[in-house]
Design a protein. Sequence first.
Length: 144
Amino acid sequence: MSSLYQIRELENELEIEQRKSSDSIKGIRKYERRIKELTYQTEEDRKNLARLQDLVDKLQLKVKAYKRAAEEAEEQSNSNLTKYRKITHELDEAEERADIAESQVNKLRAKSRDVGSKMVLLELDDQPKPLATLLNAVNCIFKT
């Protein structure tokens, strides 16, 4: 009986080893599937990273373009502000000159009225006046 017992023992060992082998094969297949999944996921992550990097590069170019446009707009704004200040200054000076000219015109009108009234007084005199007297009268009028 010993050989029959040995056969059964060996069959049991064989069956145990076959189960272990089957479990090992299942485990290997499971790990192979997991490796494939991880490989696929890694490849997808790599593609996403490349797309994101491309997007970052494009956005950086846009940011640079916007910065350049903002700088140009600021330069234009400064230039326009300088022109505005210059023109405002010129306008102030022109208004000041116009006020001075208007004041001078008003003074001349007043003198003209004075001269006109004094001339009328001179003309009202029936006696002829010498030319020197008339010139003195005109000089007196314009000196005042």
